[in-house]
Design a protein around this ligand. Sequence first.
Ligand code: G6P
Length: 611
Amino acid sequence: MCGIVGYVGHRDCLPILIEGIKRLEYRGYDSAGVAVQTAGGLVVVKASGKIRALEARLLQEGAPKGTFGIAHTRWATHGEPNDVNAHPHTDEQCSVALVHNGIIENYATLKSALQAEGHVFCTETDTEVLAHLIEKYMRRGLKLERAVGSALKDVEGTYGIAVMAASEPGVLVGARHGSPMVVGISDGEYYLGSDVAAIVEHTRQVIYLDDGEMAVLSPAGFHTATIALERVEKEVHDVDWDLSQIEKGGYEHFMLKEIMEQPDAVRNAMRGRLNVEEGLARLGGLNMTPEQLREIRRIIILGCGTSWHAGLIGEYMLEEFARSPVEVEYASEFRYRNPIVDEGTLVLVISQSGETIDTLAAMREAGRKGARALGIVNVVGSTIARESDGGVYIHAGPEIGVASTKAFTSQVTVLSLLTLALGRHRGLSRDYGIEIARELAALPGKIEHVLAGDAAIKRIAELYKHHNNLLYLGRGFNFPVALEGALKLKEISYIHAEGYPAAEMKHGPIALIDESMPVVFICTRDSAYEKVVSNMMEVRARKGRIIAIATEGDTEMAARADHVLYVPASIPMLQPILSVIPLQLLAYHVAVSRGCDVDQPRNLAKSVTVE
Ligand code: G6P
């Protein structure tokens, strides 16, 4: 949440900063701003709205010239998204400028104390206290680095910050606690970014700051230290992807590009990991011996949003084939209970970004109680990936659209591999292992086939784009697909949609059914098929409109539903990877035809780094 970019070097910084925050706009997009160190001091320009509003203002007011600067794209927490509350924030004299991602929890106490000392505040944000605090310490004679360290000791909460001071031109300090921060290294040029996307255009050499660490950059070099100012040496990582992967590549939206990338994403999730002949999966990053895999007594899956839905599918498959009790928990709930976790518990932490604060905190809580945590993460080098005891990258490539698509199918693919790997140590037969592996290997081709049906899905979207409510129903492995289909629609088209287990319809949602209520049934051929068909008939009897996702060859479905979208058959545990795709496309086309901003839906952010 919130995107931060910083630059020190010898080039005009403004285009670098603006381009950087544009690449981070998916993290937040309600206001934006820049601060540039000019010959006349720090100049701050900010504007509410998307980054194009900031660009318009820069054109109008004139672009500040300088080679050192910071920029921010905001997702509001404290204070409405207007010009004043946009970052960067400064003290009264504009001697310190700062951008922040996170929440300063004790800001009210700090603010009162600073006001009592004569500081005058002009925003409703929590962030502004940091600018004043740093300025206070600098006024006492501390250099910027020390002043930042002192200020951060006073602070409770989470932060990723980038700070400059008018009195120290060319020095840029970044720090993190709970919100990601990456340092980019190039020749005489250094960058800060809240993720690699902001800077990958300029350098692929990066350092990931850990909590409680800061980086001090200047054109002459950089160093890293704790906020207590003890020097730390950090490993320099090579980013293994490039700019083309975070561009639209001819598609109108990132979301559509990412939906269409799913054959490759799923292929990449399996690459080098699947042994079809033996019905095995090799997952080197688990860091667990076969004995440890056999000794697992219980599995807890943690995630938020779409990742939580993937976890639900994981629960069904792990229970069935790895024969372990599984619970799936919203990370945000788990962390504030006193969950029963012990050394026999394996925790699977699912997160596309690897930075979702609730998921990260829940993982840490489980670790404190003695559980082993494995991350199922997309973003390489992210905090969950680094702090987990082991894990499996999903290798979906950068996902920019705020609504998750290819990460979901890749997460389910990795959960299937994990089921296979665990299952084969816990009683799953070689024969069934081979069948799972064969079906996994066939998935990319089948996904391509589903994607080829896009035009038919678009036609259905046109028919339903004016409805205000939709219900999504499924059972078994298709129940989480119903949840995910409904989530996609509401996220990007703002249509109210609910996912429900099909049989539960009779305990409430059936009261909503009339001729104006479309119901999406995920009704592929599995053991619950007949039961779901009965539910379909109950909807039909009440004049509900039915869109069915059905298995190819199920010709009877045409007589039951108003519209049928066919997907190839697979084994039930893998069916979600196919049946979710028409629902992603349906949501996409409905949202586009309603004129919604598909990649940046209102109020949402890709990476939720505040509670
Ligand atoms: C946000 C995103 C969702 C995502 C969820 C969890 O809500 O908009 O698309 O599913 O966070 O994110 P994670 O990165 O942990 O998977």
